[in-house]
Write a new protein. Structure first.
Length: 353
């Protein structure tokens, strides 16, 4: 299989004089747009121009370069490292795996994390006797799933930079339903198998989830950058292949159910997107994507925010549920859009605090 790599280098840029600066990547030649910080476009009402919106519709992803200043991405990381320092390693033994081999699985620590901040270990952070092989802060796979509502710094990033973007994507009632800070630790950072996000976060009758993946550390093929198959979100031959849900027999158990054939997804036609610090990837919920294990000596931190459109229903068997129900889901409003510049100041200035 031919594997294509999309690099974010300084020597290949395409200037689009008839448009506003439009950083995005195409799966054909991956044209580069002018590198311009989105912070300098604050006066613009819309984050995305029409060409970018069309590209997302056609390809199922959008690569927004330098979406936030590097300092903002670093401040997000600084805050997370503080959380990891405060974290009690004895509080959980929950290990994150993207695809369970069990037919059914019960993990209440995970299932009840939708409206909480909880920590999940790397699968290879323990020895055969169950002992940690490294310091705890270098053994956590991810933190989820309510950083964006419960931590003021992450909240400042999410509500300071993302509301207008979700409306631009086409959402009528955008809901930032979950947040995941993914550490992908050096040497043991686990592979995230090939998947589609709608498998885990389904809305009906329209599948509306989009992932907003903020690159914290520079990525490449050695430390587990994102791979994706352009256009796979609208390929009728693929469709939504699997569903991860709570079981009918036991609401505290989950199962991964094939919806089409055996549920297998192909990596054919995949490209590697070597995003850099401050870049943002928008990923359609049915886009086929994955990331390889991080076997390098460099971390590959990223912050993923998943948003859905509240005009569609949230199935009761979705794994992610809030203790107080869907009415407790956070929402982006037009007021949040108008307050973005003010809201982002906490994360912008965090390094100086």
């Amino acid at each position: 299989m031919k594997r294509n790599i999309v690099k974010h280098g300084c020597n290949s840029r395409l200037f689009l004089p008839s448009l506003q600066p439009a950083p995005f990547a195409s799966h054909v030649q991956h044209p580069r747009a002018q590198r311009l910080s989105f912070a300098s476009q604050a006066a613009a009402h819309s984050v995305l121009n029409e060409q970018q919106k069309e590209f997302l519709t056609e390809n199922g992803y959008l690569w927004l370069k330098q979406f936030v200043p590097n300092t903002v991405a670093r401040n997000v990381k600084k805050r997370v490292l503080e959380l990891l320092t405060e974290f009690d390693p004895q509080s959980t033994k929950s290990i994150f795996r993207t695809h369970r081999t069990e037919v059914q699985h019960k993990d209440l620590y995970f299932l009840e994390s939708g409206d909480k901040i909880r920590y999940f270990w790397e699968e290879h952070a323990f020895d055969a006797d169950g002992n940690l092989t490294r310091h705890a802060h270098l053994a956590i796979n991810k933190i989820g799933h309510a950083l964006h509502t419960l931590d003021p710094v992450i909240h400042s990033y999410v509500y300071g930079y993302l509301p207008q973007l979700t409306f631009d994507i086409g959402m009528k009632q955008p809901i930032p339903v979950q947040s995941m800070y993914i550490c992908k630790q050096p040497g043991i950072g686990g592979e995230v198998g090939v998947h589609q996000d709608s498998t885990f976060l389904l809305t009906e009758p329209v599948k509306s989830v989009h992932g907003l993946w903020l690159c914290i550390d520079d990525t490449d093929t050695s430390n587990g950058c994102i791979w994706l198959v352009p256009g796979s979100h609208k390929d009728a031959a693929i469709g939504l292949r699997n569903r991860f849900r709570r079981t009918q027999q036991d609401y505290e158990q989950t199962e991964l159910v094939p919806l089409i054939e055996d549920g297998a997804l192909s990596k054919e036609g995949g490209i590697a997107v070597e995003a850099k610090c401050g870049d943002l990837l928008v990923l359609h919920g049915e886009l086929v994507h994955w990331s390889d294990a991080n076997l390098s000596d460099q971390s590959r931190h990223a912050l993923m925010i998943h948003c859905v459109d509240g005009q569609y229903s949230w199935p009761k068997d979705n794994w992610l549920q809030y203790e107080k129900g869907t009415e407790a889901f956070p929402r982006f409003t037009l007021d949040d859009v108008n307050l973005q510049q003010q809201t982002r100041q906490k994360v912008v200035q965090y390094d100086t605090n």
